[in-house]
Design a protein. Structure first.
Length: 386
């Protein structure tokens, strides 16, 4: 065992059946640890207090240079981008946005809160699904927010922040117009989960939105696309996709959301989420651009998958809102997704996972089945001595 050893923690009530502790992957500093022959003495690893439930009685520490443990952390809507050999993620934390940087897919090396919302503004509350994108030498954070605190969620709009580096400081570029009249900017429409598609020298925004304005949130959600005139200005929106297949239906509203871009060789995919994010039925579908010469603004240019491309199992629930990246040496492809630890709990028990995937002979991604929690082999190129 040496400094930098990779550790995973587990809990058990009987020392026979062990469950991974969420967000427990840690890089160890041996100087702070006692001799390993005393590592399991009572009281050395303390979880909770005198009110701790019985199932937390025992804790086990495993260390291995070659593995990591899912889930990586508590949270939802994970987004990751690789730039100049480093990975950047972003998530909500303590009422603002936290950005991380690392050479590794499986842990953070740097973490900072980069922005908190202003008071009494259109974007003061309900911060959803931030994404961080490097565009033309600057960094942009796209996110959804609201003037209202909590439900109903009918006032969600998309905003963008700009900075010279991923850790800011960020300038608020305001709310994006996502309605049908970009010239007069009348009746700005509900919009969440915006992402960016760079393609043939242009940038396009893809997001989940409503057709019209409403004063409640039980409204069908569709995918829209528009050219980005600049990172904070959209052209006219185009309805790209609706939930029309049987596996996309079943809830009190129909929805497609969480679009993410996957590019492989000459192929372009939009991996999206469908069904209710609060339910165990959340899953991923796919749109594929027909050819490199196709116009991404033309809905007919996209082919929808006939069945889900990634969905839950009897033990992994509510799989969705995933982004993708490559291993440090670019030899492997990895999906970064969230799922629920149990069937109940709605949005409150979602956690973030990493899993390797491949591509089939037909060029489509093959995500397989979600494995959920447990020990996984680290991505290719992650130095085994780090």
């Amino acid at each position: 065992v040496s400094d930098g050893c990779y550790a995973s923690f587990y809990r058990s009530s009987d020392r026979k059946n062990w469950t991974p502790l969420p967000a427990a992957n840690q890089q160890l500093n041996v100087s702070y640890l006692p001799p390993w022959d005393r590592a399991f003495r009572p009281g050395l690893i303390h979880i909770g207090d005198e009110n701790t439930p019985a199932e937390f009685t025992y804790c086990r520490l495993d260390y291995n240079h070659q593995t990591f443990t899912n889930p990586l952390r508590r949270g939802a809507d994970p987004y990751i981008v690789k730039q100049d050999g480093k990975y950047y993620t972003i998530f909500n934390k303590k009422g603002g946005f936290t950005v991380t940087e690392s050479r590794f897919l499986t842990r953070f090396e740097k973490e900072e809160t980069v922005w908190t919302p202003p008071e009494n503004a259109w974007n003061s509350y309900n911060l959803w699904a931030p994404e961080i994108h490097p565009i033309n030498g600057k960094w942009y954070i796209y996110y959804a927010a609201s003037v209202h605190n909590g439900t109903p969620f009918y006032a969600q709009r998309t905003g963008v922040l700009e900075a010279d580096n991923p850790f800011g400081p960020y300038t608020d570029k305001g709310v994006l117009y996502t309605g049908d009249d970009p010239e007069r900017q009348k009746d700005n429409c509900w919009a969440i989960d915006m992402t960016v598609l760079p393609y043939k020298g242009k940038n396009y925004a893809v997001w989940s939105g409503w057709e019209t304005l409403h004063d409640h949130h039980d409204v069908d959600q569709y995918l829209y696309i528009a050219e980005l005139i600049n990172p904070w200005t959209l052209g006219k929106r185009i309805l790209l996709s609706k939930p029309e297949l049987e596996w996309e239906k079943g809830d009190h509203i129909l929805l497609q959301e969480g679009p993410q871009i996957l590019q492989h060789k000459e192929d372009v995919f939009i991996i999206y989420s469908t069904r209710g994010s609060w339910s165990e039925h959340y899953k991923l579908g796919q749109l594929r651009l027909k050819s490199p010469d196709s116009d991404p603004l033309n809905p007919a240019s996209w082919i929808k998958s006939e069945k889900p491309v990634f969905q839950g199992t009897p033990t992994v629930h509510g799989v969705g809102h995933a982004s993708t990246t490559t291993s440090p040496d670019d030899k492997e492809y990895w999906i970064y997704y969230h799922s629920k630890l149990s069937l109940d709990g709605g949005w409150d028990n979602r956690h973030v996972y990493l899993q390797k995937f491949t591509f089939g002979k037909d060029g489509n991604p093959v995500f397989g089945e979600p494995k959920g929690g447990g020990v996984m082999t680290r991505p290719s190129g992650e130095n085994t001595h780090n």
